[in-house]
Design a protein around this ligand. Structure first.
Ligand code: FES
Length: 305
């Protein structure tokens, strides 16, 4: 008997799937029918999508509160009026002196190793790492510009778009999510206070606010980095106080120009990262060098054998 001969089943498995279970209103699909039926076959993915939408959604908190940064936003440059290669960039006299100092750290034949500190210097001068900053660094280090672009697009500390006067980076990695009041409460407080969500800049251009991974101050969680400073052991109230003080300092004129900005570090009052519960062990001297160590010349005084 030829394979495939014999009585034709009344319904193929595909017909059973889609005519009886998933889409009861669809007519049975005859695989030997006219080409017009092909369009029905192509509707199968759409049927799947429709059903997927009807399934109950899992309840979970997203890992990231910020806007997703897709790979092209991280690595692709598009010319813009404020960021294109025709805009000139030169290091200031002061920064040229600093650049010379940096270059002295490396053997002349390896001066391209200075690409990261020079990009950082350019970012500090220009406000962000524009394509012109990258090109100037490539020129100074005699590197192909593409090699500099590769570095600048790999490391997220290089902002390739302008940011506000205060660049607020909130850590939402697990220790910060769990420590103290938790970074979720801080994200909420900043969002409410600034009126923007992570990944955006306030209309007055003062604050850019993004969500980042661990900044290495987990023991003082939750924390944010604002420009070069760490503010730690935060509460929703303390972060709002800091942001208000920064805004006042930036906008105050005349008598109010001396607005005091809270000092960086733990907002809880503890010193650096000491135990917030106080001293809990090693509360007494267990090893006293005065009584437990041999005195100088003690061997000389011992009777000779
Ligand atoms: S997890 Fe936030 S600083 Fe490490």
């Amino acid at each position: 008997m030829r394979i495939g001969s014999g009585p034709t089943p009344s319904k193929t498995p595909r017909q059973l799937d889609f005519s009886s279970n998933l889409q009861p209103h669809l007519p049975p699909i005859d695989p030997h029918s006219s080409p017009a039926m092909a369009s029905k076959l192509f509707s199968v993915p759409r049927v799947g999508r429709q059903l997927a939408h009807q399934l109950p959604k899992p309840q979970y908190r997203a890992f990231s509160a910020g806007s997703q940064r897709f790979s092209d936003s991280l690595s692709v440059h598009r010319n813009k009026p404020n960021n294109n290669p025709t805009l000139p960039f030169k290091f200031s006299e002061q920064n040229l002196t600093l650049a010379d100092e940096i270059l002295k750290r490396y053997p002349p034949q390896y001066k391209k190793a200075a690409v990261m500190p020079l990009l950082d210097l350019g970012q500090r001068q220009h406000g962000f790492t524009s394509i012109s900053v990258m090109n100037e660094v490539a020129r100074m280090l005699e590197m192909p510009p593409m090699r500099v672009y590769e570095v600048a697009t790999f490391y997220t500390m290089y902002n390739r778009e302008p940011v506000g006067k205060y660049f607020v980076q909130i850590c939402t990695t697990t220790p910060c999510q769990l420590g103290g009041c938790g970074s979720t409460a801080i994200v909420k407080a900043i969002t409410e206070h600034l009126g923007i969500t992570p990944g955006h800049t306030t209309e007055d251009g003062l604050f850019t606010y993004i969500e980042v991974e661990c900044l290495g101050a987990c023991v003082n969680a939750p924390m944010v980095q604002i420009n070069d400073d760490y503010y730690e052991d935060l509460t929703p109230e303390s972060i709002k106080t800091i942001l208000t003080a920064l805004k006042d300092a930036a906008t105050a004129t005349g008598a109010g120009a001396g607005t005091k900005i809270p000092a960086p570090g733990p907002a809880s009052g503890r010193d650096t990262c000491e135990n917030s519960a106080g001293l809990t062990n090693l509360t007494e001297v267990v090893w006293n060098p005065e009584t437990m160590m041999r005195k100088d010349n003690a061997l000389d005084a011992a009777p000779k054998q």
